[in-house]
Design a binder for this molecule. Structure first.
Ligand SMILES: C[S@@+](CC[C@H](N)C(=O)[O-])C[C@H]1O[C@@H](n2cnc3c(N)ncnc32)[C@H](O)[C@@H]1O
Length: 221
């Protein structure tokens, strides 16, 4: 399974918020320049009110939970997975399957800040994660041009059959807290659109189940 967490709510502090008092205070507390902080609704809620599409932004915790669910899975340990994060600003993060991202949220935030500012972590030696400017369409084309989407209005499939499909596919899950994909073609051009259960789920719940279904289908559980 190649997982693509798409339009994820992960970005460095947008320039228009650099001088907001909430941001200035947080930057001084953390000893960083405002532009090198990760936008995080839990810390910058008051500053985010005037941001465009604010309800879809500033949720690095979603990325953190999805990355943990995927990277530490039996699927990944068996060499049957790899993961990409595409952000709402068209940055693509490639995560090496042997990367062990921080389980502590604050440490994860620090790592993402370094990654988005420098383009790679660690700064020296073989990179475990690389960030580059790239649109979702270009990423999916590079990955072979065929993908399936997990979506709350997709087709309901037997879990074992869905696991077989997911195990051998590029699988797209939205990495944002509310609403739908902005890239509308994603659903229209997908090889399949599937749902899990009968209600909308958080992204990390979807990723955990997708991984588990694929692990069962591959006989890893
Ligand atoms: C938190 S949801 C996005 C917001 C959601 N549309 C809402 O308004 O609550 C994150 C992603 O999880 C996936 N997803 C959510 N519920 C799902 C379900 N029941 N089955 C499959 N995928 C689902 C979709 O890819 C969705 O973009």
């Amino acid at each position: 399974m190649i997982l693509v967490l798409a339009e994820a709510a992960l970005e460095l502090m947008p320039r228009e918020l650099w001088r907001h008092p909430v941001v200035v205070k947080d930057a001084s507390r953390r000893g960083k320049e405002p532009g090198r902080l990760l936008l995080d609704r839990a810390r910058h809620h008051r500053a985010m009110a005037a941001l465009r599409a604010s309800e879809r932004r500033g949720r690095p915790d979603i990325v953190h939970m999805c990355v943990l669910a995927f990277q530490y899975s039996l699927l990944n340990a068996a060499g049957r997975g790899s993961m990409f994060v595409h952000t709402l600003n068209d940055v693509v993060i490639r995560i090496r399957p042997d990367a062990r991202p921080p389980k502590n949220y604050n440490n994860f935030v620090g790592l993402m800040e370094q990654l988005l500012a420098e383009g790679r972590v660690p700064p020296q030696g073989e990179p475990l994660m690389i960030a580059e400017r790239k649109g979702l369409g270009d990423l999916l084309k590079e990955l072979g041009g065929r993908w399936v989407v997990l979506h709350e209005r997709g087709r309901r499939e037997d879990p074992l059959e869905l696991g077989r499909i997911l195990a051998d596919s590029v699988v797209v899950v939205g990495g944002f807290p509310h609403g739908d994909f902005e890239n509308k073609w994603l659903l229209e051009e997908a090889a399949g659109v599937y749902r899990i259960g009968d209600r909308p789920l958080d992204a990390w719940q979807v990723v955990a189940r997708a991984v588990a279904f694929a692990e069962i289908a591959l006989g890893l559980v």
